[in-house]
Design a protein around this ligand. Structure first.
Ligand code: C5P
Length: 283
């Protein structure tokens, strides 16, 4: 049977990836972070000294997008590990967030791609038609390979370039996953236009900025050293959203059949519950 597809789109820092990962974990579904592809291509360009904001670099960046190899691996939390905390079931609500590792040409770039420098240039890269085409092809071939591997019952096999299979779950015993959660900007409109459930996450931009700053601090960033405050983060988010919304190819847009979920006053657990219940209702 066809896997159940969940598409989650929305503006920057609306909580898409945390929500998507937790939904995937709760349901035993695969997870694909589509933004990671654009971030990897941006990182590859920046590390070659290319300035993505210069329109003259479009050709070079398109070539990088076609040639680079990108792999994702999502490691889901093991329920058994957390039972030792003494409170059964707590794992779903607390610390054990699934983690995604991202590989660019076999190198682990999971933290590098989240840097401020990459965030500032990624929307320019994602607006390039050939880049979007290359990402679409990469996601398609990964899905095809996953389906193949599932059929062959060996979905933890490594690729020949030594990049782990995208979204293979190391600690789960599920071999054939029953569904897929993907998050981004054009999942419901372009990548998975026939998704079984489409969610468009929104939240007040001030609240999104506060959440993003908290996340950066939690990951070790010193706001004073980096001259970052809520106002600056909010401006950066709004600038990126504006670029994503107004670009010609696959702009950020709610699919007509998407359910809007405003997370301004919801907790992560709350929004995950809403989506999981909606999946259960529809499947
Ligand atoms: O989701 P994340 O913030 O990691 O995405 C980074 C950037 O990648 C977005 O601002 C957007 O420019 C681009 N993107 C996109 N289409 C997607 C996912 C991400 O254009 N499906």
């Amino acid at each position: 049977t066809k896997p159940f597809q969940v598409a989650i789109d929305g503006p920057a820092a609306s909580g898409k990836s945390t929500t998507a990962k937790m939904v995937a974990q709760r349901l035993g579904f695969d997870y694909i972070d589509s933004g990671a592809f654009y971030r990897c291509i941006t990182l590859a360009a920046l590390s070659k000294g290319i300035n993505p904001s210069d329109p003259a670099t479009v050709g070079q960046i398109s070539e990088i997008a076609e040639q680079c190899k990108i792999g994702l691996q999502t490691v889901f939390a093991k329920p058994s590990e957390t039972v030792s905390s003494g409170e059964e079931g707590v794992f779903q609500k607390l610390t054990c967030l699934p983690t995604t590792r991202v590989f660019l040409n076999s190198k682990d770039v999971s933290s590098e791609i989240r840097s401020n420098n990459v965030s500032q240039h990624v929307s320019a890269v994602a607006a390039i038609r050939n880049v979007r085409e290359a990402v679409l092809q990469k996601i398609r071939s990964i899905r095809a390979r996953e389906n193949n591997n599932n059929n062959n019952n060996n979905n933890n096999k490594q690729d020949s370039d030594n990049t782990p299979n995208l979204s293979s779950s190391q600690s789960q015993s599920i071999v054939v996953s029953e569904g897929l959660v993907m998050d981004g900007r054009d999942i419901g409109t372009v990548i998975l236009p026939h998704a079984d459930l489409k969610i468009f996450l929104v939240a007040d931009s001030r609240i999104r900025a506060e959440r993003r700053l908290q996340e950066l601090v939690k990951n070790g960033l010193d706001p004073t050293l980096n001259k970052l405050d809520v106002d600056t983060v909010q401006r950066d988010l709004q600038r990126r959203d504006e670029l994503d919304r107004t670009r010609k190819v696959s702009p950020l847009r709610k699919a007509d059949d998407a359910m809007v979920l405003d997370t301004s006053n919801l907790t992560i657990e709350g929004q995950v519950d809403v989506i999981v219940q909606e999946v259960e209702r529809r499947r």
